[in-house]
Design a binder for this molecule. Structure first.
Ligand code: NI
Length: 390
């Protein structure tokens, strides 16, 4: 089955929604207009609407047939703190905010599927359309889970989707196992004793010690981690000192660590702490180390990925499905939902080159409206595949 015909018929309507959302980007937990937009559409489709989870989250519930099974489909609604450089008509009117990750498109595709399914009701069971806030940086998905998402809306599996520049339009890709990495943040304060730059023996220099820590941390991925596995430790900030002839009191380091397995996150955290505290202590200084697990890896389960790939093939054809996509070291808030429920997160090609190839989080990015029917049809077909009509 190609793109669902009925969905193609409202491609223009979806494009209008998408551009409206693009024009009015809102960031973490402030998606008030977006949340109203989503709730209003769902109500128009005759779908039961629940609001207030994670502040601006919206869940639409649609039942068909008599079956007791239920699944969740999730889209993200938030934008980024980026000043848009595009000059088309639908460019952002909110200064310093931009839909530079395509969440406007994700929201639209799920709304498109909701519209179709509310008309057709060609499945048996319950679909929960989950619109989450704050995917970027603030882990709105985790907040939704903590607020009782899966207690209030029990599902047997949950599915997610993200557009991906660099993958051709009309292609859908995923993989069993880790598809996106964890994202952890660390901070180290090296506490020394300040003094005259010419009299280091009267001070306890945190700069030299911090430099040693940065170098030593690089041995974790190269020497501690299994070389078959992927991991990243990047120190992205070093702050210390104000002038040329004074040894500062302290130096602060911050950065991010990425991995594909929770066990690797543990290894990284423990190794970083041991090295930081050990090196600081060896020099008679104190190191205060903190490590925050912000996002878990996004790990697709085998059965659900199989079903997702079958549904994708029904929409775009087997040749346009990649069931073994290369994982990405970036991270995804959907990982929190996959910690709770089995499921699958897919990439939908946003296009290459001039058309859709600009990478997300770039001030020139735009979601490719050509793929709206692809994503919406995939959602519809996934529902019909997982919850077949009796
Ligand atoms: Ni995104």
């Amino acid at each position: 089955m190609p793109i669902v015909n009925r969905i193609s018929a409202f491609h223009q309507e979806m494009t209008d929604w998408r551009r409206d959302l693009h024009r009015h980007p809102e960031t973490a937990f402030e998606e008030f207009r977006t949340s109203d937009f989503v709730a209003e559409k769902l109500e128009q489709f005759g779908i039961e609407v629940h609001r207030g989870l994670a502040k601006t989250g919206v869940v639409g519930t649609l039942k068909a047939g008599t079956g007791n099974r239920a699944i969740g489909l999730r889209a993200d609604m938030d934008a980024l703190h980026i000043t848009e450089l595009n000059d088309f008509d639908h460019r952002s009117v909110n200064d310093g905010k931009m839909h530079a990750c395509g969440h406007d498109g994700h929201t639209t595709m799920l709304l498109g599927a909701a519209k179709y399914l509310s008309e057709a009701r060609d499945f048996d069971g319950t679909v929960h359309f989950i619109f989450q806030p704050a995917e970027e940086n603030e882990a709105g998905g985790r907040v939704m889970v903590q607020d009782g998402l899966f207690e209030l809306f029990p599902v047997e599996a949950v599915f997610g989707m993200h557009n991906m520049p660099g993958i051709e339009t009309g292609k859908i890709a995923a993989r069993v196992g880790p598809q996106m990495a964890s994202a952890d943040f660390f901070h180290l304060k090296v506490k020394g004793v300040g003094g005259h730059g010419a009299m280091p023996h009267l001070a306890a220099d945190p700069v030299v010690v911090a430099a040693e820590v940065v170098g030593a941390w690089q041995s974790i991925v190269s020497r501690r981690a299994d070389p078959i596995e992927s991991a990243v430790i990047s120190v992205t900030m070093i702050h210390g000192g104000d002038t040329t002839n004074v040894i500062p009191e302290h130096v602060e380091l911050q950065g991010t660590a990425r991995a594909f397995r929770p066990e690797m996150q543990v290894l990284i955290e423990e190794s970083m702490r041991r090295i930081a505290e050990g090196i600081c202590g060896a020099h008679g200084l104190v190191g205060e180390f903190t490590y925050e697990r912000r996002y878990p890896p996004t790990i697709n389960t085998a059965d659900e990925t199989g079903v997702a790939m079958a549904a994708a093939a029904n929409v775009v054809g087997q040749d346009n499905v990649d069931p073994n996509v290369t994982p990405v070291m970036g991270s995804e808030d959907f990982g929190w939902m996959l910690m709770e429920k089995p499921g699958c997160y897919v990439f939908v090609g946003n296009g290459t080159g001039e058309t859709g190839g600009c990478m997300v989080h770039n001030p020139n990015y735009d979601f490719n409206d050509e793929i709206l029917p692809v994503g919406a049809s995939y959602w519809a077909e996934l529902v019909r595949t997982v919850l077949p009509a009796a």
